[in-house]
Design a protein around this ligand. Structure first.
Ligand code: HAM
Length: 422
């Protein structure tokens, strides 16, 4: 029978990658905690409306990339393509709209039916922070500062550039829309069919188009930044002023519109050229309109999310899994003893392996290859005499120690602090 392959765009996270990803998630959680972001978790699937309403029916994510289906009860369900809409839905569902601000950290798998390539998966993981309940530009600066600190502590900040833009308020975008439409109408016939369709429905989305036919036209289009109202420009200037005082380097990218419909004012991305074409490691922005789209009150909010796999590809942490102790069984009689001793040693926090090879030499070889510092060699003779062979793997030195002292010796050898373990 042919072996079954994983579904296209999914990946098994094998121990090394998983440990790098856990490292990223732990760091991000710890650093965002310093800012007051507390971890929460939403379900992996939601009613389809949670995403179709705020992300925009015409956004690529909703139009082409969601995993949506009817469940057995006939309800329209979507696997979450991102976390922000779910977090806002959860805030409203949990009656927290009167207890603002709320600051959340989350991590977990997201699902997008995209064309898979390096750094782009159909199931991938994000970490994210959402600062909900403030219109103050200080909240934008706090969010960008937190993202910056996470990348910095992961040691990948030097590989990234921070791009920022402002999409202004509704009035700024209204002013801009008519100018953009009249520019694009001049090139209507040369635009991709998707963009032609979007021209009157959602022309701003065209700015985000990746279709070849559109690129040059979009490149020369008027920029929203020039149409910001005074109020919107003031918000942007305050954010920038704070970042500059904090020596956070940034660059203006007037084309940065982001792929989701809910943004207004600040949008930003940290981009690297170390990952090929999928260079955006972290993205976010302000989304003041999201709460009311989901049936809540008007709430100011800003946040970011980052791809955990992409961050893990950039970090240089390659710590191999190492054992501490091997129990080398000489004859079958010692198996039960070894099993019990291994459990005792594990209970004081040590990593213990019982090599399963059929020759002692091979067992000792495995003990070295899996990083054990010491081995205990046990057989019937050792058990009966009460004396066990100890082998220090690095030096090859071998000596006998009393069976009753194996635990206390190990504690001392590995400097185990029993209090820490409990
Ligand atoms: P996003 O830009 O769609 O924003 O995704 C954020 C990050 O997730 C990207 O920068 C990228 O690192 C990673 N990512 C996205 N798609 C994939 C994929 N197919 N494979 C691997 N990694 C991927 C959001 O999701 C917003 N919710 C961010 C946000 C939070 N805005 C405000 N608050």
């Amino acid at each position: 029978m042919k072996p079954i392959q994983p579904v296209r765009g999914t990946a098994d996270l094998m121990p090394k990658q998983k440990s790098q990803m856990n490292f990223v998630i732990k760091k991000a959680n710890m650093i965002s905690n310093r800012y007051g972001f507390q971890e929460m978790e939403t379900p992996i699937f939601e009613f389809t409306e949670v995403f179709s309403r705020p992300l925009g029916e015409s956004s690529d994510v909703v139009a082409k990339e969601t995993y949506s289906f009817l469940d057995r009860g006939g309800a329209g369900i979507t696997l979450r393509p991102e976390g922000t809409a779910s977090v806002m839905r959860a805030l409203i569902s949990n009656g927290l709209t009167q207890s603002l601000p709320q600051k959340f950290f989350y991590s977990g798998p997201m699902f997008r039916y995209e064309r898979p390539q390096k750094g782009r998966m159909r199931q991938f993981n994000q970490i994210g922070c959402e600062f909900i309940g403030s219109l103050n530009p200080l909240a934008d600066a706090e969010i960008i500062g937190c993202a910056y600190d996470i990348l910095s502590e992961l040691g990948i900040l030097e590989k990234c550039t921070l791009y920022i833009n402002s999409l202004g308020d509704a009035e700024s975008r209204d002013n801009y829309r008519s100018s953009l439409i009249s520019y694009l109408l001049e090139y209507k016939d040369s635009l991709s069919s998707d963009s032609q369709r979007r021209l009157l429905v959602n022309p701003l989305r065209i700015l985000d188009s990746k279709a070849k036919e559109d690129l040059e036209i979009v490149q020369n289009a008027p920029k929203l930044f020039g149409f910001l109202t005074q109020k919107a420009k003031k918000h942007f200037d305050r954010v920038i002023e704070m970042l500059e005082k904090a020596e956070i380097n940034w660059q203006l990218d007037e084309k940065l519109v982001r792929g989701l419909d809910y943004y207004s004012h600040t949008t930003f991305e940290f981009v690297t050229d170390a990952l090929g074409s999928q260079g955006t490691v972290l993205g976010g922005g302000r989304y003041n309109g999201l709460s009311s789209i989901l049936g809540g009150p008007k709430i100011g909010a800003v946040g970011f999310a980052a791809g955990v796999e992409r961050l893990a590809l950039l970090i240089e942490k390659t710590e191999d899994f190492k054992y501490d102790v091997a129990l080398i069984i000489v004859d079958d009689i010692a198996e039960t003893y070894a099993f019990t001793l291994a459990r005792k040693l594990r209970s004081i926090g040590l990593r213990v392996d019982i090599p399963m090879a059929n020759q002692i030499g091979k067992k000792l070889k495995r003990a070295s290859s899996i990083g054990c510092s010491i081995s205990f060699i046990v057989g019937e003779t050792e058990i009966n005499s009460g004396l066990i062979q100890l082998k220090i793997m690095a030096s090859g030195e071998q000596k006998q120690i009393k069976k009753s002292e194996v635990l206390s010796f190990s504690k001392q050898y590995f400097n185990v602090n029993t209090k820490e373990i409990q």
